[in-house]
Design a protein around this ligand. Structure first.
Ligand SMILES: [Zn+2]
Length: 289
């Protein structure tokens, strides 16, 4: 069992918070679901099915990791005149509030500037993520995926992939899931798309996204957009059957990228596009031939 303290992490501003006050070692050890998000509030959007699954569930614990520091956050409205340092502090506090509200097992904020991680693999970040993955040995790892449109999300995806590939075989997670944030996944082929129940506690989902006031009051209605999207996923997923869930989140199984460590994430993403192209062609070609 590898343990961890905030002093083991690369950045002096890194922070580890355990909402229920058990030791960091115990909080790491109990983790079943590990999620790594680029920004504050990505966990609550991308990894919500795992958060909901772990909520008030004594057999499952959620560990959340936020990679970037929040200094580059957009700010308007009441936060318009906040300095980079002030908005960083606000966003860190919002993440702590979400962890308390969502009954997370532990939340780790790594405090990287976005610019530090977008120029190829940053060894400090890859090392931090490997240490965390080793310490928690989670069965399920959730992060961003290569079809996302946000460059920082792509950067985090590649760092998580790199960190997991560096783990010994016996510490590899059972599942590695890439979730949607920017660039939704409803177009994915049903041969690849994972439809996850995210509708059992809408009030919790609303509250968790609503905690991030600096984003919502600052002009981005993620609270409305994300919950509406989950309702749409539940209804528009399959035209020939009734809704299985009241709300759903979509994701992509990335396990193939761990099973074959030499597999290209770019090829994996393009294969998804090719499947969509092939299915579209199949629906239309007979009409035009
Ligand atoms: Zn983000």
């Amino acid at each position: 069992m590898v343990t961890l303290t905030d002093r083991c992490l690369s950045n002096p501003g890194a922070d580890i918070f355990v909402p229920d006050g058990v030791s960091i070692e115990e909080a790491l050890k109990r983790t079943t679901h590990l999620a790594v998000g680029a920004h504050h509030d990505d966990l609550e959007i991308a990894a919500y099915p795992a958060i909901e699954h772990c909520f008030e569930n004594c057999g499952a614990w959620f560990a959340g990791v936020v990679v970037t520091d929040g200094r580059g956050s957009s700010r308007t409205g009441p936060y318009e005149n906040y300095s980079n340092e002030e908005i960083r502090e606000i966003r860190r506090r919002e993440q702590i509030r979400a962890a308390m509200l969502g009954d997370y097992g532990i939340v780790i904020q790594l405090d990287y500037r976005s610019s530090e991680i977008k120029g190829g693999i940053n060894e400090s970040l890859a090392s931090d993520l490997k240490k965390i993955a080793e310490a928690v040995e989670a069965g399920e790892v959730i992060s961003h995926q290569p079809l996302d449109r946000h460059p920082t999300h792509i950067a985090v995806f590649y760092h998580v992939l790199e960190a997991l590939r560096r783990l010994p075989d016996k510490q590899q997670p059972d599942s590695f899931i890439g979730a949607e944030v920017w660039g939704k996944l409803d177009w994915l082929s049903s041969t690849q798309k994972m439809t996850l129940d995210s509708g059992r506690r809408e009030h919790l989902a609303q509250a968790l996204i609503g905690v991030f006031d600096s984003q919502i009051a600052g002009g981005k209605r993620y609270d409305l957009g994300e919950i509406g999207h989950r309702h749409a996923n539940a209804t528009y997923g399959d035209s020939h059957s009734i809704d299985k869930f009241t709300q759903a989140s979509l994701a992509l199984d990335l396990s193939a990228l761990l099973n074959d460590p030499s597999a290209s994430a770019c090829e994996f993403a393009l294969d998804a596009v090719d499947r969509f192209r092939g299915e579209t062609k199949q629906r239309l070609i007979d009409w035009e031939s």
